[in-house]
Design a protein around this ligand. Structure first.
Ligand SMILES: [Zn+2]
Ligand SMILES: [Zn+2]
Length: 256
């Protein structure tokens, strides 16, 4: 009754799909390693390059049970592609991902968290403040979406897409955070920056002492620099292989 169905898709799917499965499974394990997972809730979704299919976690699995093979392949509406797939997805939870993937076809990956610090900062009227260097990366590409309740209906989906625009970072008011990236590695790095920025802001605020804010001209000028540091070979794509190696040392079964 507590056993998970065993499936192995290695060699049975395209090389591109398998690569996406391995990297996405690694990202789920990194969530556990960073304490970003939330029992069986929240999601990381990734588009299989050159296709309209997405991969997402099977609903009911803890993130340290997610493997390359048990990720579920779905279309943009959340329909499961493989008729023999023993798992289902969380359709209500998928709505946010469906909205962002639909609006941002060029971005492969969307990460969604409910960490205490991102919920706390998202619940402040002024949101993320320019305090730490981590906040610079996030503020260069930040958006907010107001809380409208548990279920996301069609109208909210449109508002969410409009709120996101071209931003890579989103604070979901009273709810958590979302980051997007051209690759899984980029989206992961974005979330790392955002979580750290939220943690630092709360620590600064908790002292009750007057903080030094980064000047707005520096915030405005940071966008080009953020792009250089955090994507391509100098940033996310350099750190990502190291993160993948760390996952394989800690969780050798992630690529099953
Ligand atoms: Zn959520
Ligand atoms: Zn989600």
């Amino acid at each position: 009754m507590f056993e998970l169905p065993k499936i192995n898709l290695k060699g049975k799917v395209s090389a591109q799909e398998w690569q996406t499965r391995v990297e996405l499974a690694a990202c789920y394990r990194l969530f556990v390693m960073h304490g970003w997972d939330d029992l069986i809730h929240t999601h990381i979704s990734a588009r299989i390059p050159d296709s309209d299919h997405l991969l997402i976690n099977a609903f009911g699995l803890s993130f340290d049970e997610v493997t390359a093979s048990n990720l579920v392949k779905i279309d943009i509406n959340g329909n499961v592609i493989d008729p023999n797939c023993p798992f289902e997805i969380n359709p209500a939870g998928f709505t946010i991902h469906s909205a962002v993937h639909e609006a941002r076809h060029e971005d492969q990956c969307a990460l969604h968290v409910h960490t205490n610090e991102t919920i706390a900062i998202a619940s402040l009227e002024k949101g993320l403040l320019p305090l730490s260097q981590y906040s610079m990366f996030a503020l260069a590409s930040m958006s907010y979406h107001d809380y409208e309740g548990l279920a996301v209906n069609h109208e909210e989906k449109l508002r969410l897409q409009e709120d996101l625009g071209t931003a890579n970072f989103m604070l979901l008011r009273n709810h958590g955070a979302l980051t997007m990236g051209k690759t899984i590695g980029d989206a992961f790095m974005h979330m790392y920056d955002l979580v750290r920025a939220c943690q630092v802001q709360l620590q600064v605020m908790s002292t009750g002492m007057a903080p030094i804010f980064v000047d707005q001209s520096i915030v405005d000028g940071i966008k080009a620099q953020a792009n250089i540091v955090h994507s391509g070979l100098t940033g996310g794509q350099k750190a990502w292989p190291a993160m993948m190696r760390r996952v394989s040392r800690q969780y050798p079964d992630f690529a099953d």
